[in-house]
Design a protein around this ligand. Structure first.
Ligand code: 13P
Length: 255
């Protein structure tokens, strides 16, 4: 059975000291909430990973990087490899976020290589897909998401695909306060699951966690998570406040 997941993406926020404080707060709030059925992940900047992994109880909160390098190692100044991420104790890596795709030119071809590096280092992957506003308005959103899945992930055999969590993040909803309606989210999540079933089989699709991301917050999480194919959330802004993040986790546990 697929997991219920709430993952925070801190993006480029919080210096090291602030990040340590936030991680401590999240860890204690989640522990107190007793929401064992929800896999809780925090995606911190690279430099926080090692310290945050020392602070959190791994049975309560797991840690993710927000990216990794294409190459395994070598003369790539400023890059951080998947092996380095794994060596901090982190279990997850977020790949294909729309900010990386649009600001840093990450193509499907680049992402295929990053997914390989992550898998070679036993990292679980949160793989982001999602359309921009113009694509939705012109009715191309299903086509765009299907192509991101096919070109970024469907080269994987089923046993490797089992290490992937898909995050549907409509770009027009990210950081805009304009959330997809629960009907829009469910429609796309069901489509993603159907597409996975078409490529692999129904069992693989049923075992894949599909998260919604894009202005998901303490107020709307409950409604979004009530949908049958919305297995959790990838949370940006609201993951920077421990109180809001834990409210979202409690909402996930409820359904
Ligand atoms: P917001 O929750 O701030 O809209 O960000 C969503 C996101 O991009 C998570 O990866």
């Amino acid at each position: 059975m697929r997991k219920k997941v709430v993952a925070g993406n801190w993006k480029m926020n919080k210096n090291l000291q602030e990040g340590i404080e936030l991680a401590k707060e999240v860890n204690s709030k989640v522990k107190a909430a007793g929401t064992k059925e929800v896999t809780v992940i925090i995606g911190t900047p690279f430099i926080h990973l090692s310290e945050v992994n020392k602070i959190v109880d791994p049975t309560v909160v797991a840690v993710a990087a927000q990216n990794c390098a294409i190459e395994a190692s070598g003369a790539y100044t400023g890059e951080i490899s998947a092996a380095m991420v794994a060596s901090t104790g982190s279990k997850y890596v977020i790949l294909g976020h729309s900010e990386r795709r649009s600001y840093y030119g990450e193509t499907d071809e680049i992402l295929v290589k990053k997914v390989q590096r992550a898998l070679e280092n036993n990292l679980e992957i949160i793989f982001c897909v999602g359309e921009v506003l113009a694509e939705r308005e012109s009715g191309k959103h299903f086509e765009v998401v299907k192509s991101q899945l096919e070109n970024g992930l469907f080269n994987l055999p089923a046993d490797q695909f089992a290490h992937v969590i898909v995050a549907y993040e409509p770009v027009w909803a990210i950081g805009t306060g304009k959330t997809a309606t629960s009907a829009q989210a469910e429609e796309m999540h069901a489509f993603i699951r159907k597409t996975i079933a078409g490529k692999y089989n129904q069992q693989v699709a049923d075992n894949t966690s599909i998260l919604y991301g894009g202005s998901c917050n303490a107020k709307n999480a409950d409604e979004l998570f009530s949908q049958p194919d919305v297995d959790g959330g990838l949370i940006g802004g609201a993951s920077l406040k421990a109180e809001d993040f834990s409210t979202i986790i409690v909402a996930r546990a409820k359904h």
